[in-house]
Design a protein. Structure first.
Ligand code: BGC
Length: 756
């Protein structure tokens, strides 16, 4: 299947969609219902139930007798995973190397709806090339805990930013003819005990913070499938949570597609059948023979099964199956996706500090650069547990720098610190033999004296040092959370030692989630958050460091001063102190692959969401807690002036839209992007509100000396709160302050309007 065919297919789909354009994105899925009902009428109960569980580890059954193809899934969320067989064993195909797109938090740092849409397109097109129907992504849980193992896959601590990214990703991917599968629905914010933990959460934060992005991606984006999370929410597993799956997703939001359990996350026949699950992944222990028995025994009405089949067939009809002999004809990664990965990487990099304008580096002024740190060369595409991409290529930071400086500057690379590989480290060390000393035995192992000495020597005779700090894919990984946000393997000690011999240090942090940067910040003139930035990440980083482009990323989450300041830690509700008998996914793997049969029934500890809506900056700002770097923060090589805030009216009714305009001037001498942000504060409110909340933002490119007027829109409906007393959305009338600026703690302009 080549690119041209994919575009023709996508165009056909678009034309089809335009034809039913007056339907809502979800209702478009119902256009084939008559045909589908005829098909259901011809199916046996056994054939219907055959569709409701996995066929292989990455597919579910169609209706072979009636010529309806299987549904084929592949893991995202930042690239099409290589072809895997049972037990996720790679099958060693030659054409399945995909584009490694920047991971979730990097995409989020662009704050760009245009790029989120393109990202979805890039992903969607590669799924088609591989003959796949459903992207297991976007991964869009709120970043509640700085330590969350999947922080890097997720987007943001803020629901509005999260919602925009998930919705645009969805539109982009589905416009290319591939369905998304929004994951993990819902309140899957920790990996600790993920398979059984019970999130205890009030309805208001559930709706306003944790479900917002799912709602928008379903209602506005038209998402065709949803993956239920492993955990429980308020007492019920997500795969059998009728409140989430039936009352909210289907009845309120009008979802017409299908749900699939996270792999190994189905727990009962009756619960799943009546609680809104369509597909058990994986196995057929619940939505297989036991469901047939339950229907025959009159416990589950056959209509429930028919509804599930109808929802699956709607997606099957909306997504054109790729014939076996057309799929996988060319390499999965193509320039179309690679260029998108590059563009996203360029706009995601966040400049945190730039004392004395040490950045951008003037090539003419440096003869020798010491590049210190394993993260300059380590791959971030794969490794650890869970999401990863067999990338076609990966421009690491070191390669990016070497390509950029060419012959002009001497670059000396030293590893600086050991590799930490978590539980894989032991195996690696054992297989490499006792002599191998390059893999750390503990994450907090102090710097290795020989490596440290080598790094100091390199720094001593260089004009500047670029130090690569951060985590890796074993430290931030699915299945476990970090113990803390400390920099690992003696990195603080190393940067301090480097600073003793060279005061020209630029530190680049390669991580998906936040790290405690207090020490490196002290010893570095400049500090850059470089993310896990995809296959072109090194190119983009070098372009920023050497001033080809101005940095323009903004933090999609807060960097706390210390972990203990963040809400769940401050309120002592995380980590929960319970032994839950292993990770559910690991247990399933041992059962399927290792043939082990007995596991202790996992306990189900409560995760109390005691902070309510005060997640991320909402907590720090409301409680007046200092942070290291605030939400929305990011410097450029230019400065911007903000002036002349105006609104189109002074008072607004519930169905109106507030239009806020202001001017931004680029004071520098290079073209640069800015991400203006608009927050709302309540004045004399009776309802409890966070100190402020993000309500609108944009990304604008401004030429040197140019002033641009931006107009951002806030629908008044977005200012409502979930009123538990009426179990619905409600608007608190009265005055609100609208503040605008370049981060949540750098707000230059303010005006007041009234909600009437
Ligand atoms: C993850 C999902 C993933 C699935 C299939 C699970 O462990 O939580 O995000 O899509 O595995 O690989």
């Amino acid at each position: 299947m080549n690119q041209k065919t994919i575009f023709t297919l996508a165009l056909g789909l678009l034309i089809g969609f335009c034809a039913c354009n007056n339907l809502s994105p979800q209702d478009r899925l119902t256009v084939n219902d008559d045909k589908i009902n005829d098909i259901i009428a011809q199916m046996t109960l056994e054939e219907k139930v055959e569709m409701l569980h996995s066929k292989t580890i990455m597919s579910s059954e169609g209706v072979p007798r009636l010529g309806i193809q299987d549904i084929k899934y592949a893991d995202g969320p930042f690239g099409c995973r290589e072809e895997v067989g049972d037990g996720f064993r790679a099958l060693g195909w030659t054409l399945d190397s995909a584009t490694y797109f920047p991971t979730g938090s990097a995409l989020a740092a662009t704050w760009s709806s245009e790029l989120a849409y393109k990202y979805g397109q890039g992903m969607g097109s590669e799924w088609r090339t591989r003959g796949k129907d459903v992207i297991l992504g976007p991964a869009m849980n709120i970043q509640r805990l700085p330590v969350c193992g999947r922080h890097y896959e997720y987007f943001s601590e803020d629901p509005i930013l999260n919602a925009m990214l998930a919705t645009e990703f969805t539109k982009g991917a589905q416009d290319m003819g591939t369905a998304v599968c929004l994951k993990h629905y819902a309140v899957n914010n920790q990996e600790t005990n993920r398979g059984s933990v019970n999130a205890v959460i009030a309805e208001r934060p559930l709706r306003e913070i944790y479900l917002k992005a799912f709602e928008k991606a379903v209602v506005e984006g038209g998402a065709m499938s949803v993956m239920t999370a492993y955990n429980k929410v308020n007492g019920y597993y997500c795969s059998e949570n009728a409140h989430l799956n039936n009352e909210i997703l289907r009845d309120e939001w009008g979802f017409k597609g299908f749900t699939v359990s996270d792999w190994g996350g189905t727990h009962s026949t009756m619960g799943a059948a009546l609680g809104g699950l369509n597909v058990q992944m994986t196995g057929d222990s619940y939505l297989g023979p036991a469901l047939i028995d339950s229907v025959k025994a009159g416990k589950v009405p056959e209509k429930v099964v028919d509804d599930k089949v109808r929802e699956l067939l709607r997606v099957r009809f909306a997504i054109t199956p790729i014939p076996e002999d057309e799929a996988n004809k060319v390499m999965t990664s193509q320039p179309f996706g690679q260029n998108i990965a590059y563009e996203v990487a360029q706009k995601s990099i966040v400049l945190l500090k730039n004392e004395g304008a040490v950045l951008p580096i003037e090539k003419k002024e440096v003869k020798k650069i010491a590049v210190v740190g394993l993260n300059a060369t380590a791959s971030t595409a794969a490794g650890g547990m869970g999401a990863g991409v067999k990338t076609l290529y990966e421009i690491t930071p070191l390669l990016g720098i070497l390509n950029e400086v060419g012959e002009d500057v001497e670059v000396e690379y030293v590893q600086g610190y050991k590799n930490y590989m978590g539980m894989f480290g032991g195996w690696m060390r054992r297989s490499a033999g006792a002599a191998d000393n390059s893999i750390a035995t503990a994450i907090d192992e102090p710097a290795d004296p020989a490596m440290l000495a080598e790094a100091v020597a390199a720094a001593k005779d260089a004009d500047m040092v670029i130090f690569f700090a951060g985590t890796n894919k074993f430290i931030e990984s699915e299945g476990s959370d970090r113990q803390n946000i400390d920099l690992p393997v003696g990195q603080n000690e190393i940067v301090k030692a480097l600073a003793e011999v060279n005061d020209n240090i630029v530190t680049v942090v390669i991580s998906g989630g936040p790290c405690d940067l207090r020490e490196v910040q002290k010893y570095s003139k400049a500090l850059v958050q470089g993310w896990w930035n995809g296959m072109e990440g090194g190119t983009a980083l070098a372009e920023v460091l050497f001033g080809k482009i101005a940095p323009s990323g903004k933090l999609p989450f807060t960097f706390p001063l210390q972990l203990e300041d963040s809400p769940a830690y401050a309120l002592d509700v995380f980590p929960q102190k319970a032994d839950v008998a292993g990770d559910l996914f690991g247990n399933q793997y041992r059962q399927d692959i290792g043939g082990q049969r007995r596991f202790r029934q996992p306990l189900s500890p409560d995760a109390l969401y005691s902070e309510g809506s005060l997640v991320g900056y909402r907590w720090f700002d409301t409680k007046n807690v200092d942070v290291l770097y605030p939400f929305g923060y990011g410097l450029s090589y230019v400065t911007f002036d903000y002036a002349n805030i105006k609104t189109n009216k002074t008072s607004y009714k519930e169905n109106a839209t507030i239009k806020v305009s202001f001017d931004i001037t680029n004071n520098g001498d290079m073209v640069a992007d800015e991400v203006p942000q608009v927050y709302v504060r309540r004045i004399d409110a009776q309802v409890e509100w966070p100190e402020k909340e993000l309500k609108a933002f944009d990304r604008v490119t401004i030429n040197p000396g140019q002033t641009k007027t931006v107009t951002l829109e806030i629908p008044v409906s977005e200012l409502r709160y979930w009123d538990e007393s009426i179990n619905g959305w409600n608007l608190e009338k009265g005055q609100i302050e609208i503040v605008a600026g370049s981060s949540s703690r750098d707000l230059h302009l303010s005006t007041v309007v009234t909600l009437i």
